[in-house]
Design a protein around this ligand. Structure first.
Ligand code: AHR
Length: 329
């Protein structure tokens, strides 16, 4: 797997695990894992990778699908505590609301390892570490790619005005990746010497799904059909849904409206190869191996970094055909 970059503070939280386990063997381990659901092609790839890495590492994985509900994740974590699993992993669907259940895990002396999204807790020792992606940097990369494209191609506003009009399809409300990608994009825009040439015309959640991406894009087009120059979709599935809406409105995706999204799944590569999308900023879902490697370290009482990010690239329509055969998800 493509691996590991940046390291932040070193966690000493592994002490919880070290109390009861030393030099644990993978085959002995039972790990409970609460996934958000199956909202996107990316999420399905992430789930498949977690399951494959668990099998490869001989982990007894108790997998639970929360069907997009935080309450289901909390219930699953409580069940894992009752089952006395060795470690609990989960993807926080939203950033807040985890303090109580994580206190229960801490009282039961079960270490918690987060995957993919971040959370905000009053006490950082409530989880040991997070494996995942850097959504703030992803948002910055989206703006940087866009600004570069607009200048290299001398793109002018479609309505003859003086602003390049952008619409944004946001992800799930309250999810750290939605906030991170939004903040990264907005900060890069505000800091750009070209900031005055851009205007964010509309921004609304499409909940990271194809269906809602299509519906929200339809409503954007209903009010601003002739003004939209750029779509920033916070994931590829929403961009793919939006492409349907753009075509149904009689416009040409990737030409009339520049489309840049996040993830890098095969679906968006197909769209780029068909000339219907312009670029995708990678969010790498292949985090399973790193997750179980880190889990084993924690259970062996080793210190691990508080945050570990997987590597991510940027891919555009120009290179899509060449890169496609190398894509793993
Ligand atoms: O948390 C990662 C995001 O969640 C991905 O961008 C998206 O596709 C998924 O549903």
């Amino acid at each position: 797997m493509k691996l590991v970059k940046a390291v932040l503070a070193v966690s000493i939280g592994a002490a919880i695990a070290a109390q009861s386990m030393s030099a644990v063997q993978a085959k002995d381990l039972t790990i409970g894992f609460s996934q958000i659901g199956a909202e996107s092609e990316w999420r399905i790839a992430n789930t498949n990778d977690v399951k494959a890495a668990a099998a490869k590492n001989n982990i007894n994985l108790k997998f639970s699908d929360a069907q997009q509900k935080q309450e289901n994740q909390i219930k699953a974590i409580r069940t894992f505590i009752a089952q006395k699993v060795d470690l609990i992993g989960f993807v926080p669907i939203v950033a807040t609301g985890w303090d109580n259940i994580l206190r229960e895990a801490k009282r039961a002396k079960i270490p918690v390892l987060i995957m993919d999204r971040d959370l905000t807790v009053s006490d950082p020792s409530l989880y040991i570490a997070k494996i995942g992606t850097d959504s703030y940097t992803e948002g910055r990369k989206v703006f940087d790619w866009l600004d570069d494209y607009i200048h290299k191609n001398n793109v002018k506003p479609r309505n003859g005005g003086d602003k390049i009009n952008i619409v944004i399809l946001e992800g799930t409300v309250g999810a750290s990746v939605t906030t991170g990608r939004g903040n990264g994009f907005n900060d890069a825009l505000k800091e750009s010497p070209n900031k005055d040439m851009y205007k964010i015309l509309a921004s609304q959640t499409g909940d990271f799904t194809y269906q809602k991406g299509q519906e929200v894009m339809e409503s954007f087009l209903m009010s601003n059909r002739n003004d939209i120059d750029v779509l920033f979709a916070m994931n590829d599935d929403m961009a793919l849904g939006a492409i349907q809406a753009i075509e149904a409105a009689g416009l040409v995706p990737a030409k009339d409206i520049i489309i840049v999204s996040v993830d890098g799944v095969k679906g968006i590569f197909q769209a780029m190869m068909e000339g219907k999308a312009n670029a995708t900023v990678e969010c790498n879902p292949l985090q399973g191996e790193l997750f179980f490697e880190t889990a084993k370290k924690i259970l062996n009482g080793e210190a691990v970094p508080k945050s570990v990010f997987v590597e991510e690239g940027v891919f555009s329509a120009e290179t899509a055909k060449e890169v496609f055969p190398t894509r793993k998800y």
